[in-house]
Design a protein around this ligand. Structure first.
Ligand code: TXA
Ligand code: MG
Length: 321
C-alpha cells in the first residue's frame, strides 16, 4: 500500500512515497494540500489551466484574485520573472521563508494568465518547509497555491482544518503538523524603485528595512480596490462578530487575550510573545468560534510592531462588519 492514510479522510503522513504520489497528482492536474511554514496551501500545477481554474472553483474564489507561485530553487526565478540584483539579494537572504515578491512576468504560458488574473505581474515565493520543497521538486513545476480555505474564511494551520473545509475538493492533504509561523507571507511589490508592502505577514517589515537600509512604503490603495487584490476589507472571518482592541471582557463576550490580561477564555500568548501569538491566531479564531456559543468574540490589543502588523491586519479584516 502506498498511502499511510487516516481513516475516512484525505490526510496522509508526509512519507517519501506519499509526497511522490502527491507530486504525481499535481503533475496530472489534480489538487493537493500541503503544509508551508505560514499556512496550508491548496496546490496545483501552474502550467495546467484546468488545474488552476479548479483552485478558484474549490475555494469559491473570484478570478480577479491572483495566486502565488511556489518554487524550490532561486535559479528557477530567472526563467520565470524579471529579477534584478536587489531581488536576488533579498531572495538569498529571506528564502526559503515567508516573503512573497511581486515581479514582472516573463513566462506567458496561458495558464499563468489565469493564475495571475491577467495582471502583468506575478507573485512568487519559496516556502520554508521541507515537505513543501520536496513536493515542488518532485513535481518539477512551480505550484500555485492560495491558502487552503474557502474564500474569506480563516486560513488553515493544520491538516485537520483543511480536511474540515476543503476535504472533499482535494485528492490528498499532506500532514506536516501545525504551521510554525501561522500567518501568511509578507507580500512586497519590487517592480519599482520604491518597494511597496502589499500585505503584512510572516516576515517583519523591520527585518526587510534593516536588510535593505531603506524604508518600505505601505500600500495606501483603497482597500476595496487594493493592489494585492485579495486584500479585501472583510476577510479571515470567524462566524461570530469580533470586537478588537478589547482592554476588558464585556458581558456576553468570549475574550481572546494577549499577554497578561484577566478573564481571557483563550490567550494567544500569555507571555506576550508575538511569534507565539501569530502561530496560534487562526487556530484560536476557529476554537473561539466553536466554543463561544451565543457570545460575541473580543480580542485584546496587539502591539503594532514586528509580527503584530500581520496579526492586526488579519484581526481588523476579521472584525469588519
Ligand atoms: O503564506 C502564503 O502566502 C500562503 C501560503 C500557502 O503560501 N498563501 C497565500 O495565498 O496566502 P493567498 O492566495 O491566500 O493570498 C495571496 C495574496 C492575495 O492577496 C493576492 O491578491 C495577492 O497575494 N497576489 C497574488 N498575485 C498578485 C499579483 N500579481 N499582484 C498583486 N497581488 C497579488
Ligand atoms: Mg488566503
Amino acid at each position: 500500500m502506498i498511502y499511510t492514510r487516516c481513516k475516512m479522510q484525505n490526510i496522509y503522513q508526509p512519507t517519501e512515497e506519499n509526497i511522490k504520489q502527491a507530486a504525481e497528482i499535481i503533475r496530472h492536474g489534480g489538487l493537493v494540500s500541503f503544509p508551508t511554514e505560514t499556512v496550508y496551501g491548496l496546490g496545483a500545477n501552474v502550467y495546467d489551466a484546468h488545474a488552476v481554474a479548479s483552485i478558484f472553483e474549490a475555494k469559491g474564489r473570484p478570478h480577479f484574485d491572483p495566486l502565488i507561485s511556489h518554487i524550490a530553487e532561486i535559479d528557477f526565478l530567472k526563467e520565470y520573472a524579471a529579477t534584478d540584483e536587489r531581488v536576488l539579494a533579498l531572495a538569498h537572504h529571506f528564502w526559503p521563508g515567508p516573503l512573497t515578491f511581486i515581479l514582472r512576468r516573463i513566462d506567458n504560458h496561458g495558464s499563468i494568465d489565469l493564475a495571475c488574473s491577467g495582471l502583468n505581474k506575478i507573485a512568487v515565493r519559496m516556502p520554508d518547509n521541507p515537505i513543501a520543497l520536496q513536493l515542488i521538486k518532485m513535481s518539477g513545476v512551480p505550484i500555485v497555491a492560495p491558502s487552503a480555505n474557502k474564500f474569506k474564511a480563516v486560513s488553515p494551520t493544520t491538516a485537520q482544518h483543511v480536511q474540515e473545509s476543503l476535504g472533499n475538493k482535494v485528492k490528498m492533504i499532506l500532514d506536516g503538523g501545525a504551521c510554525r509561523v501561522g500567518v501568511e507571507s509578507t507580500i512586497i511589490d519590487v517592480t519599482d524603485k520604491q518597494i511597496v508592502l502589499l500585505r503584512a505577514g510572516g516576515t517583519p517589515v523591520e527585518d526587510l528595512e534593516n536588510f535593505l537600509d531603506e524604508k518600505i512604503i505601505i500600500s495606501d490603495g483603497d482597500p476595496n480596490k487594493p493592489s494585492a487584490p485579495g486584500q479585501l476589507l472583510k476577510h479571515y472571518a470567524p462566524k461570530n462578530s469580533l470586537r478588537i482592541n478589547a482592554t476588558e471582557k464585556l458581558e456576553n463576550e468570549f475574550l481572546i487575550g494577549f499577554g497578561n490580561i484577566k478573564n481571557a477564555d483563550l490567550n494567544l500568548s500569555p507571555k506576550g510573545d508575538l511569534t507565539e501569538a501569530a502561530a496560534n491566531l487562526f487556530a484560536y479564531m476557529r476554537l473561539a468560534d466553536e466554543q463561544c456559543g451565543q457570545k460575541t468574540l473580543a480580542m485584546s490589543p496587539i502591539p503594532h510592531t514586528g509580527l503584530g502588523l500581520a496579526i492586526n491586519d488579519r484581526i481588523k479584516r476579521a472584525s469588519y462588519k
